[in-house]
Structure formats: structure tokens, C-alpha cells
Write a protein that binds this ligand. Structure first.
Ligand SMILES: [Zn+2]
Length: 275
């Protein structure tokens, strides 16, 4: 119903963003507040089109206020500000849960044994389907430390899925990405991913045996890393976690992986450090 109300106010094909929601979210999202006037105006127009085109719904009783919709859309649209909304084509749903949500997993192992278990998540992107988000986590992107945003994370997976299984290699557009070499991207991604894994291995070797590496007490060991340790999972996660840092707290990423940073800047066609 809120969307129907917003739609009445908007231009055709775009939802008008209430000033109150826009301003409050700019304060909440300093990495977006840093955009210059022209970028902010273009982001606002893009957010209006995003909200008109996508179907955002609240799950588990979450009341989807205008402020929530605008917050999620602002973060989701930042990576495609200079690419275009068509980069989020092929799916429409964004489902927002109040907090971490549980998905049922079913895995068949090498011995054909079926394992069923529950996974608690802050976000997930389904290939050809919706993006799922926890509002608790989505509203709290952090510019401290690594720079994190679950919204940017999941939506960059969507970019990566445009050309098949996510692998850290989104498609390039001949016009938008002229001169961006697939070979250079692959080489920089592999080099950064492998070096990051080696650094993580060293840190894990340093953690005393009697300390649970998953516990909060172990966090100080990982603090020296340039990215959230989750980036070491696979190259698709390295791209998504790098993208979070790129937009939210780019300096550390640039210092650790300057070549990779430069390629991300060419792919997204923006340079957050120049802001
Ligand atoms: Zn991920």
C-alpha cells in the first residue's frame, strides 16, 4: 500500500522519494552523503526507478516503511550508479526480514548422504530470484574497520550472476568498460585472493590453540586483515566483500590491493576515494 501511495506522487516509471526519508538516510549512510551534488541527484532518480521496478516486501512481520525501502534502495543502487538499472535485470523481489533469518539447507555429500540443516543469514541473493536481507544488518553498514554493507554485498552478487554462476567475474559492457581487460581482471582477482588467503592462514596460525577462532576474543587477530575474513571463502565472495569495502571504507582496500582497487573503480565507473 505504501508503494501505491508513493507511486501516486512519483513521475511515470519512478517513485518520488520523500525528502524526510532521503535526508534521514543520507545521515545514516555517510559513504553516500559523500557523493557530490550531481551524483546524489542521479542516485535519487535511480532509487525512484528501482523502487518502481522492484517488488520489496517485508517478511516475518516487518512493517516496510518508506525509510526502510529508501535505505535499502540507496545502498543497492550505489554500485550501479554509473552502470544503469538494467544491470539488475531478470528478477524483481527484495525480501526484508526484521533480523537474521533461517534458510533450510539440503546438501548431498560424496557418499550420497543427505544432510539437512538450518543456516542463519544476514543476506542472500538467489540466482534468478529475490535478494533476501536482514534489516538489522542492512541498516548498519560500517565504515569502521573493513567497511561492510550486507546490501552492497548481496547486490554485487547479482551483478556477478548476470553471466552465470557467481565467480567474481561480472560481465563487462563493450561501451561502458572499453579497455577493461578480462585477463587483467582475472589475474588481479586471483593474485589478491591468494595473497589474502595466505595472510589469513598466517593469522589463524597465530591464534592460540585454546582460543575459539569464531569467538569475539579472536577478532583482534583478524583486525589486521584488509578485508573481512569471509572474503577468503571463494572468489565470488572476495568480489562481494571487496565491493563492500570499496564503497564504504575504500582506503584500506586500495592500500592492500591497489591493482584490484583500480579495476573495481573501472568496473563500477566510480572512484570512492576521490570523493
Ligand atoms: Zn556472499
Amino acid at each position: 500500500m505504501l508503494k501505491a501511495l508513493l507511486n501516486k506522487l512519483g513521475a511515470p516509471g519512478a517513485v518520488a522519494i520523500p525528502d524526510e526519508s532521503w535526508d534521514a538516510n543520507l545521515t545514516a549512510l555517510p559513504f553516500i552523503a559523500r557523493l557530490d551534488g550531481d551524483e546524489r541527484a542521479r542516485l535519487r532518480a535511480l532509487v525512484g526507478r528501482f523502487l518502481a521496478e522492484k517488488e520489496m516486501s517485508g517478511a516475518d512481520g516487518l512493517e516496510l516503511t518508506a525509510a526502510i525501502q529508501v535505505n535499502v534502495a540507496m545502498q543497492a543502487c550505489l554500485p550501479i550508479l554509473n552502470l544503469g538499472l538494467e544491470w539488475y535485470q531478470g528478477w524483481v523481489g527484495v525480501i526484508v526480514y526484521p533480523s537474521e533469518f533461517v534458510v533450510q539447507r539440503r546438501i548431498v555429500d560424496h557418499d550420497s548422504v543427505v544432510h539437512e540443516f538450518e543456516d542463519a543469514l544476514a543476506g542472500e541473493a538467489w540466482d534468478g530470484g529475490p535478494v533476501l536481507l536482514s534489516w538489522d544488518d542492512a541498516q548498519a553498514p560500517s565504515g569502521d574497520g573493513y567497511g561492510t554493507s550486507v546490501v552492497i554485498h548481496e547486490f554485487t552478487h547479482k551483478l556477478d550472476m548476470l553471466n552465470g554462476e557467481p565467480n567474481g567475474q561480472p560481465p563487462f559492457d563493450a561501451r561502458l568498460h572499453a579497455g577493461l581487460s578480462r585477463r587483467a581482471w582475472q589475474a588481479a582477482l586471483e593474485e589478491a585472493f591468494e595473497r589474502f588467503n595466505a595472510e589469513l592462514d598466517l593469522i589463524e596460525a597465530e591464534i592460540p590453540a585454546d582460543l575459539d577462532p569464531e569467538s569475539a576474543d579472536a577478532d583482534r587477530y583478524f583486525a589486521a586483515l584488509p578485508l573481512d575474513p569471509y572474503a577468503a571463502q571463494e572468489e565470488a565472495e572476495f568480489f562481494a566483500v571487496s565491493s563492500e569495502a570499496f564503497f564504504v571504507a575504500p582506503a584500506r582496500l586500495r592500500d592492500a590491493f591497489p591493482e584490484w582497487y583500480a579495476l573495481l573503480a573501472r568496473f563500477f565507473r566510480q572512484d570512492p576515494l576521490a570523493r
